[in-house]
Design a protein around this ligand. Structure first.
Ligand SMILES: [Zn+2]
Ligand SMILES: [Zn+2]
Length: 396
C-alpha cells in the first residue's frame, strides 16, 4: 500500500487555502449600482455586477426613428442623399428593403462584441395609407451577444424603431412624368357638364384605384397630369391598362358609353417602332339622379342609376320601375325635365282624388291628379311640383 507523500498533502492543503481566500474576498465585493454580491460564477466586470454591466455597456445602439424618402412611382428610395434603385419589385417589399437597410446602417454594435446575433424584423401592420403621404414601418431589432470575456449573462436586447418613409416623386420621375404618360382617361357627360358629385366621386375613385395599383408595385400607377376643363376631366395616366380598368369602374357606377382611340405620337427610337397614345373615354348619360323621363305616357323621376340600369319612380302611381340602359336606348327614352325644374307651389284645395294647386307663375288654381301615396295633405301646404307643358305633377 502506498501512502500519499507530504508534498501531495501540502499541495492539496495550499490549494484549498487558496480557494478559500479567493472565495472570502469574492464575497466581500458588491456591485455599487444595485448591491448584488459577487460570486465565483458571476464575477464583477469593471466593478459592476453582470446585469448592471450589460445595462451600462449595451451591445447595440438603435435610434428611435429613422427618416427616409421613397418614390411611389419608380419605387427608388433615398438614403444618405442618394436615390437607390431597389432590388425588390413590389412596392411594399421596396419599403421593407429600404427600412431594413436604414436600420442596418443606423445601428451601432459595441466595439468588442462577440458571438452576436442580430435580427431585424419589420412588421407591416401599418403601411402607406395614401398616395403622396407617409409610410410608417415599425421594426423590431433583437440583439444577442457578449462584449467582455468574463460575461456570464449575454446581452439580450430588444429595440423598437419606427422607419418613417415620406412617399414622394423622385426628381427623375417628376421630370419624366409630365411627358411620359401612356394614356388619357377622358370623362365627359352627354349634353351637359359633369355634376359636382360626379367630378368629386370620379377624382376620388381614380386616386384611390391608382393608389392600389401603386401598392402592388405597378410602375404605371401615376397621374402625370389632370386637366379640369369646362366639358369634363382629362387624366394623363402612366398606364393604358389602368386607364381601361378605371373607365370600367366609372361606367359601372355611372353608366355611359366608353370609347377608345389611338393615335401615333412619334417613334420609339430604342425599339424602332411607332409610338401610340390611347385615349380611353367615357360619356356619362344625360340622365342624372332626380331628373325626369317619360316612359309609356307617365312621368318618372330617376331614383337611382348605375352601369346597368336606372330606377324610376312613377310620379302618379308611386311605383318603381327598373329600366336597363339597353331598353332606354332601344325605346329612345329621353329626359322630360331636369331636377332643376322642380318648383314649390301652394295647395289651394284638396278632394279625395284631386288637388288644386296654385301655379307658381300665374297663381291660377290648377287641378292636379293626386298621387296615391299622398295622404294627410291639406290646403295651404307647400309641395314640390314639376310643370311640363301645361301639366303639373306632384313630385313630393
Ligand atoms: Zn448591479
Ligand atoms: Zn421615381
Amino acid at each position: 500500500m502506498e501512502f500519499p507523500t507530504l508534498s501531495f498533502y501540502a499541495f492539496n492543503f495550499l490549494h484549498l487555502l487558496y480557494y478559500r481566500h479567493i472565495g472570502d474576498s469574492l464575497l466581500a465585493r458588491f456591485c455599487p449600482n444595485c448591491g448584488t454580491e459577487e460570486t465565483r460564477e458571476r464575477p464583477l466586470i469593471e466593478g459592476l455586477c453582470q446585469t448592471c454591466f450589460t445595462l451600462e455597456y449595451p451591445l447595440l445602439e438603435v435610434p428611435k426613428e429613422i427618416f427616409l424618402e421613397a418614390c411611389f412611382n419608380c419605387a427608388s428610395y433615398k438614403w444618405k442623399g442618394k436615390w437607390v434603385q431597389p432590388k425588390a419589385v413590389k412596392f411594399n417589399d421596396v419599403l421593407q428593403e429600404a427600412a431594413i437597410l436604414a436600420v442596418e446602417k443606423s445601428i451601432k454594435l459595441a466595439k468588442n462584441a462577440k458571438k452576436t446575433r442580430i435580427s431585424i424584423e419589420p412588421s407591416f401592420s401599418e403601411i402607406a395609407r395614401a398616395l403622396r403621404a407617409k409610410a410608417i414601418i415599425p421594426i423590431k431589432v433583437k440583439a444577442y451577444g457578449v462584449i467582455h470575456p468574463a460575461q456570464k449573462i449575454p446581452h439580450e436586447e430588444e429595440f423598437e424603431v419606427d422607419i418613417i418613409i415620406d412617399l414622394v416623386t423622385c426628381p427623375k420621375c417628376s421630370k419624366a412624368a409630365r411627358k411620359e404618360y401612356q394614356a388619357i382617361l377622358q370623362i365627359r357627360a352627354d349634353e351637359r357638364k359633369l355634376t359636382d358629385f360626379e367630378n368629386k366621386t370620379i377624382k376620388n375613385l381614380v386616386t384611390a384605384e391608382i393608389e392600389k395599383f401603386a401598392k402592388k408595385g405597378d410602375p404605371g400607377a401615376f397621374i402625370s397630369e389632370l386637366e379640369e376643363k369646362a366639358e369634363g376631366l382629362d387624366f394623363y395616366l402612366g398606364s393604358l391598362h389602368i386607364a381601361k380598368y378605371l373607365v370600367n369602374s366609372i361606367q359601372a357606377k355611372f353608366g355611359g358609353k366608353m370609347k377608345e382611340t389611338s393615335r401615333q405620337t412619334g417613334w420609339d427610337r430604342n425599339k424602332g417602332r411607332k409610338l401610340y397614345r390611347t385615349t380611353v373615354s367615357i360619356r356619362l348619360p344625360a340622365f342624372r339622379v332626380k331628373d325626369f323621363f317619360e316612359y309609356r305616357g307617365a312621368i318618372h323621376r330617376i331614383e337611382e342609376l348605375d352601369g346597368q340600369k336606372i330606377i324610376g319612380l312613377n310620379l302618379l302611381t308611386r311605383e318603381k320601375i327598373f329600366l336597363p340602359w339597353k331598353q332606354i336606348e332601344r325605346e329612345k327614352i329621353q329626359l322630360a325635365a331636369k331636377r332643376e325644374d322642380v318648383q314649390s307651389a301652394l295647395v289651394s284645395a284638396v278632394t279625395p282624388d284631386k288637388l288644386q294647386i296654385l301655379d307658381p307663375k300665374t297663381y291660377q288654381p290648377i287641378d292636379v291628379q293626386r298621387p296615391k301615396s299622398l295622404i294627410g295633405i291639406k290646403a295651404s301646404k307647400e309641395l314640390s311640383i314639376l310643370k311640363i307643358d301645361k301639366t303639373i305633377y306632384v313630385v313630393e
